[in-house]
Design a protein around this ligand. Structure first.
Ligand code: ARG
Length: 599
């Protein structure tokens, strides 16, 4: 179904067309203050300017001389909108303020109630194939806090695109073919030869430690560094024994990642793994093709491409190195092979990369090379970036000893802290129940805190803030949900069959202002969804849900529900029920955060 903002936009466009003969998209935003209404149309100002300039838009003399206010009046005169809004008003320099009719709101509410699975979220007309490249940790190392954002933001993007109706292909582009394997194998050959023989004998913890030791060894001993290098060459030449050990490392890493994904509610599993190794037999061809086209050239022994428009500080053309003088391929080579594969084999209409902002230049240059090579025809390449997770001191979050905080430890700590909150608030619950709540709250809090920040900014990680019961946090939202769910149970105690009353509802009453405000928020779910997906910003969803919970709270404080007159009780129950459904849908389906029936 169409959201109110879409309907309004259509009507405004038609009115502008009639009033000025111009075909321009409507510019409608939510009102800045409920005093002014629900939406505002901002077209008149820009339009008056454009008409006056008489360059992009051609028009008559009389139109050209109109002020924005006069233009707004002319638009209103042509506007047919009384089935949706009250009489439009002009404000300030020429804004048109619009306030929804309660009848329209009630009708819309009814439509959303019957739209059980989507709750007002529209399906997009033309479904696309979208590859989402997210959560690509480097194998043989534990996941740390730096992997949190790509993993959860990527997952949210996939969930929203899927709901919108796209075919989403999730790919975890793992660093599983790099030099760390040479270092590790060389190290194990000297220190733990027996482990190389015995499958299942190395864990991710071992690997993490070995890698640190081995790396230090490399740094102080050129002989060892050379043997590490020889081992990678063997791997890259598909030496059988080396491959076997490599697979062992990949398995050990997977065994570590999967439970983290499961805990976080991330839809990723073995079938989504498309690590760098996946492209290993496609790399030579990338170089050949780029050479044949004259794009790749030898430069200081290496093979490089110089994408148009990229300059070094010294104003020299900036290279993308695709093959080193010793024949080795690089991160960028693999990424170029991946682009080709995703376009040609997976038929991607869009490829979305979710990594931190430090890789911005890498992707910009990559996209340019792919474009110059003629590989990209109708595919849209998008890099979605995000800021860093900071500690309370405002510096990237680290342990006391200065190491990266391990993701598993961070999540365990969140659950532990949530448990003590539950224990304090609800000591009488059964242990299994406490466990369940603590898991939902702890993990939910970490995810929600991340989502609720604008993804492009850094944010400060604070357990106290994210676990607070008030404010824009997961526990607040989960509590709001549980509180609504308790209404049905309380009804039962009072002998009121809330389910039956809901089913038998005849009329929707939005007479109290808090009822109307809540209802207006309920019918905006689709709108919030659209703005979140337009810019891939989960914080639009959390902001919407938070506002919904607040509006519910005002309504619930002002309007009795179970004790309401029998005539209006079903209508109020409906507002409660729909609020719970949308909170649940938003948290679970879009953000992958669990709700709890009682807290
Ligand atoms: N492994 C990379 C890293 O740890 C992330 C991969 C991102 N995806 C890509 N296609 N390059 O930084």
């Amino acid at each position: 179904m169409k959201s109110a903002i879409q309907l309004i936009s259509e009507r405004i466009s038609q009115a502008i067309q009639k009033a000025t003969g111009q075909n321009v998209p409507a510019i409608i935003t939510g009102a800045t203050d409920p005093k002014f209404g629900d939406y505002q149309c901002n077209n008149a100002l820009a339009l008056a300017k454009q008409l006056k300039a008489n360059t992009t838009l051609r028009s008559s003399d009389s139109l050209r001389s109109m002020s924005p206010r006069q233009l707004a009046e002319k638009i209103i005169a042509e506007l047919k909108i009384d089935d949706i809004c009250q009489k439009p008003e002009i404000a300030g320099a020429g804004f048109i303020n619009l306030r929804l009719n309660p009848e329209f709101v009630a009708e819309n509410l009814r439509e959303i109630v019957s739209d059980k699975d989507r709750l007002g979220i529209e399906k997009i007309k033309k479904s696309q194939t979208v590859v989402v490249d997210f959560s690509g940790p480097n194998i043989a190392k534990q996941m740390h806090v730096g992997h949190l954002r790509s993993t959860i933001i990527g997952d949210c993007i996939c969930r929203t695109l899927e709901l919108a109706g796209d075919k989403v292909i999730r790919q975890s582009h793992r660093g599983d073919w790099g030099k760390q394997f040479g270092v590790l194998i060389a190290y194990l050959q000297i220190t733990h030869k027996e482990k190389l023989q015995k499958p299942g004998s190395v864990s991710i913890n071992d690997l993490d430690q070995y890698y640190k030791d081995a790396q230090a060894w490399c740094d102080r001993d050129p002989g060892f560094a050379e043997s590490a290098r020889r081992e990678v060459v063997k791997l890259h030449n598909n030496d059988k024994d080396t491959l076997r050990v490599w697979e062992e490392f990949v398995r050990a890493s997977r065994k570590h990642y999967q439970p983290i994904y499961d805990t976080l509610g991330i839809n990723l599993n073995e079938s989504n793994e498309r690590g760098e190794s996946f492209y290993r037999d496609k790399l030579a061809d990338v170089v050949t093709d780029l050479k044949k086209q004259g794009l790749a050239v030898e430069s200081e022994g290496a093979v490089c491409v110089f994408p148009e428009g990229f300059k070094t500080k010294d104003d020299e053309p900036m290279p993308v190195i695709i093959q080193k003088s010793d024949g080795a391929y690089l991160y960028a080579t693999t990424d170029l092979a991946a682009i080709r594969y995703r376009i040609n084999e997976l038929k991607a209409d869009r490829i979305i990369y979710v990594t931190d902002a430090r890789q911005k230049l890498h992707f910009e240059m990559l996209f340019k090379v792919a474009e110059m090579a003629g590989w990209v025809k109708n595919t849209e390449l998008i890099h979605i970036t995000f800021g860093s997770v900071l500690g309370e001191d405002g510096k990237p979050l680290k342990t006391r000893s200065g190491e990266n905080v391990k993701l598993k430890e961070l999540l365990d700590e969140a659950v532990k802290r949530a448990k003590s909150v539950v224990q304090e608030k609800n000591p009488d619950l059964a242990d299994s129940e406490k466990e369940k709540i603590a898991n939902a709250v702890g993990i939910g809090a970490v995810k929600y805190a991340d989502y609720s920040n604008n993804r492009t900014s850094d944010y400060i990680f604070s357990f106290d803030k994210m676990l607070a019961m008030d404010g824009n946090t997961a526990p607040y939202m989960q509590y709001a949900y549980a509180r609504i769910k308790s209404i049905g149970r309380k009804g039962q105690e009072k002998g009121i069959d809330t389910e039956k009353e809901l089913k038998g509802i005849k009329e929707i009453y939005l007479e109290n202002n808090t009822e109307l405000e809540l209802a207006k928020q309920l019918i905006r779910y689709g709108e919030a969804f659209n703005s979140a997906i337009a810019d891939f910003k989960p914080n639009f969803l959390t902001a919407y849900l938070y506002e919904l919970a607040q509006k519910f709270s005002s309504f619930y404080n002002a309007c009795p529900v179970l004790d309401a007159e029998p005539k209006i009780r079903p209508s109020r129950l409906l507002l409660c029920d729909l609020t719970a459904k949308i909170i649940r849908h938003g948290l679970e389906n879009l953000l992958g955060i669990k709700t709890i029936e009682r807290m």
